[in-house]
Design a protein around this ligand. Structure first.
Ligand SMILES: Nc1ncnc2c1ncn2[C@@H]1O[C@H](COP(=O)(O)OP(=O)(O)OP(=O)(O)O)[C@@H](O)[C@H]1O
Ligand code: SF4
Ligand SMILES: [Mg+2]
Length: 349
């Protein structure tokens, strides 16, 4: 049994008749100690997926799933008390904006010890002194300079990098088995980004926790994670092992993301951009959600969109990837269209 098993997760906001589908039928499995990446452009549903997993999607959000379990426990059927016992302890999250996530009215020490007062060991729950010692230990583990003094600081007295380290310390305070890090380095400058990422990976390694790393940065994915889920408009469009996906991306969106990396564009003076924007609530196309932006779209793409499964847990949401009928995989060539004379892009609905 995997540590985390999610099948068919869907999150909608707004009216039932015309909902905004923020997360659309997402599957995700994570083993204990595994690092999985989640990438996709802004608005693709990365944070909402994580929030749904934590049980933090509030009304008017609606969460559905065929199955969502952590260590065999059904997350959807949890009572409020059951969820409080799990979230913050076994499953912890580092939120996207560290300064907005820390309470400006309380010191670092208060915010760090509060988690332990609720979720800590017996000794931590009983003794304020023990909690304070542990808070200091945690600040030292996340390499905050002058940790003892920082305990008394308020969030506005911290730099962005320090605030992020405090968030990490809070998240690992109760030794979670799954840590979700939502863009943990985006708000930081480049040198601090690398340090914070290194810290996260070191802590993951030392503690053997599973890490779901949400990021825009494919270079981070390449260096850090074992498997990656690529999201587009709320859907997972490609999932699989990082080496296989980086070597031969099957989905045109993954290919476009990789082609936009500077190291893939050494001979160009401009980076390759993906034209258009992610569809919104009122312009969601029928069939494949990428079809208005995809160079390879054919008539069938405007009707439906299969989720194809390949070896090593590879899943690709595209008509032509991993095609059992024998279309070439990995090589997205314009000639492919010529092989399908009955269909034309102009046949779009
Ligand atoms: N509380 C909410 N009410 C209504 N819509 C929401 C709410 N939270 C998120 N959304 C919508 O859900 C979609 C997915 O948002 P999400 O925050 O998951 O994107 P993201 O992939 O994390 O983007 P970014 O990379 O910018 O953080 C977006 O269209 C967003 O506007
Ligand atoms: S299903 Fe069609 S439109 Fe969608 S990504 Fe594949 S080729 Fe492009
Ligand atoms: Mg986000």
């Amino acid at each position: 049994m995997a540590l985390l098993e999610i099948e068919g997760l869907t999150v909608e906001f707004g009216s039932v008749a015309a909902p905004l589908i923020a997360v659309d039928n997402v599957d995700l499995t994570m083993e204990a100690g595994e690092i999985v990446g989640c990438v996709g452009e802004s608005g693709s549903g990365k944070s909402v997926t994580a929030l749904a997993l934590m049980g933090l999607v509030d009304f008017p959000g609606r969460v559905r799933a065929k199955r969502m379990s952590f260590d065999g426990r059904d997350l959807l059927g949890l009572s409020d008390a059951g969820r409080r016992a799990l979230v913050g302890k076994d499953i912890a999250m580092i939120f996207q904006d560290p300064l907005a996530s820390l309470n400006p009215c309380f010191t670092v020490a208060f915010q760090l010890t509060e988690t332990m007062r609720i979720h800590g060991t017996d000794a931590e729950r009983r003794s304020a002194m023990r909690r304070r010692d542990r808070a200091l230990e945690l600040l030292q583990q996340v390499e905050i300079p002058d940790a003892a003094t920082r305990l008394a600081a308020f969030p506005h007295q911290l730099s962005g990098g320090m605030a992020q380290r405090v968030m990490i310390a809070m998240a690992i305070a109760c030794n979670p088995r799954l840590l979700i890090a939502d863009e943990p380095t985006t708000a930081l400058d480049v040198t601090v980004q690398a340090q914070v990422l290194e810290l996260l990976v070191r802590l993951q390694h030392e503690r053997g926790m599973a890490l779901l790393l949400i990021t825009h940065d494919l270079a981070v994915v390449a260096e850090t994670v074992q498997r990656v889920m690529v999201m587009y408009a709320g859907q997972q469009v490609e999932t699989g092992p990082v080496p296989a996906i980086f070597e031969a991306p099957e989905h045109p969106y993954t290919q476009a993301l990789l082609a936009a990396l500077p190291e893939h564009n050494l001979e160009r003076s401009r980076l390759k951009a993906i034209p258009g924007i992610v569809p919104g609530q009122f312009d969601r196309p029928v069939g494949c959600l990428l079809s208005p932006r995809c160079d390879y779209a054919l008539e069938r793409c405007h009707r439906d969109q299969p989720l194809l499964e390949g070896p090593e847990g590879r899943k690709v949401r595209c008509h032509f990837a991993l095609d059992p009928a024998g279309y070439p995989t990995g090589g997205w060539k314009a000639e492919l269209q010529a092989q399908l004379p009955a269909e034309t892009s102009a046949g779009a609905a």
